[in-house]
Design a binder for this molecule. Structure first.
Ligand SMILES: [Zn+2]
Length: 247
C-alpha cells in the first residue's frame, strides 16, 4: 500500500455506482493508470474537476493490491475552452484516445505526455487549424512508438524524394501509410495520397521542428491527414473509435 504523487492527464472516464467514476490517467513516469474517483459526481466534491476528460494536474493516488484511488488533485489545466468548439473538441478527444491505446501501464513516456499537453494547448488557446495540430501529433506519436515516418528519402527504394525543386503544383510523390512515409515518383503508382512538392516540404518541416512547425501558415490537406491517421492508427492494436467524429 502506498501513496503516489504524479503529474497526469485524464484520458477516459466512466461513471461508476451512484457518485463515483473510474478514470484512466496518463502519467509521464508511470504510463496508464486506472483509478477510482470516489464521490466525484456529488455536488461540491473536491474531485469533480479531477475526474473530467482533459483534466491535467498533480494527482495524489493511493494504491493497494486491489485498486488505485484518487486522493486529491492540484489541477493545472482543464482545457475548458475546447468544450465551446466541436471541431477542436473532437480533435482533442481523438488525441486522448490515441494515447489511451499507445501507452501501457507502468511504461514511462514523458515525451508523448509533453507532446499531448502542447498539442492540447495549441488546440485550446491558439488559432492554428485543428487538422494541422493533429497531424503534428500523429507524426510525433508514431515516431515515439518507434516507427519514425520517412520523409526525406523514399520509404520504399531510398531515393531522395526532392531532387529537383520546381515549386509547382504537380503531384510528384505520394504518402504511403503502409510504408510509413513518402514515396518517390517512381514508387508512387497506384497510391491514394499523392503529394505536391510543398506537401513533402511540409512533412519534412514537421519531422524537423515538431510542434514548433505550427508557426507556419496553411492547413494539412484532407487526403494527407487521412493517410497520417491510417499510418498512426495502423501502429496501434486497438481501433480508435473517436476518429469517426473528426471534422
Ligand atoms: Zn522510391
Amino acid at each position: 500500500m502506498a501513496q503516489i504523487v504524479t503529474n497526469a492527464i485524464v484520458l477516459r472516464r466512466a461513471d461508476y455506482r451512484e457518485n463515483d467514476r473510474m478514470i484512466t490517467l496518463f502519467s509521464p513516469s508511470m504510463g496508464r493508470i486506472d483509478a477510482l474517483c470516489r464521490g466525484c459526481r456529488r455536488q461540491k466534491s473536491p474531485l469533480m474537476a479531477a475526474s473530467e476528460l482533459f483534466c491535467a494536474g498533480e494527482y495524489v493516488l493511493y494504491q493497494t493490491s486491489e485498486r488505485t484511488t484518487v486522493v486529491s488533485c492540484q489541477v493545472t489545466d482543464t482545457y475548458y475552452a475546447l468544450r465551446n468548439d466541436y471541431e477542436r473538441l473532437s480533435h482533442g478527444m481523438y488525441m486522448l484516445e490515441l494515447c489511451g491505446a499507445a501507452v501501457q501501464p507502468a511504461q514511462e513516456n514523458e515525451r508523448l505526455f509533453l507532446l499531448l499537453l502542447r498539442a492540447l494547448a495549441h488546440l485550446c488557446y491558439g488559432d492554428v487549424p485543428a487538422r494541422r495540430i493533429t497531424a503534428v501529433f500523429l507524426m510525433g506519436m508514431t515516431s515515439l512508438l518507434g516507427f519514425r515516418p520517412q520523409v526525406g528519402r523514399c520509404a520504399k527504394c531510398g531515393t531522395p524524394v526532392l531532387q529537383n525543386r520546381t515549386n509547382d503544383e504537380t503531384l510528384i510523390a505520394a504518402f504511403s501509410p503502409e510504408h510509413g512515409g513518402v514515396l518517390c515518383p517512381g514508387c508512387s503508382a497506384g497510391e491514394r495520397c499523392r503529394l505536391r512538392e510543398k506537401d513533402v516540404v511540409y512533412l519534412q518541416e514537421i519531422m524537423r521542428r515538431g510542434i514548433k512547425s505550427l508557426d507556419a501558415e496553411g492547413d494539412c490537406p484532407q487526403a494527407l491527414f487521412d493517410a497520417l491517421r491510417s499510418m498512426a492508427e495502423g501502429r496501434l492494436d486497438t481501433p480508435i473509435r473517436s476518429g469517426r467524429m473528426l471534422v
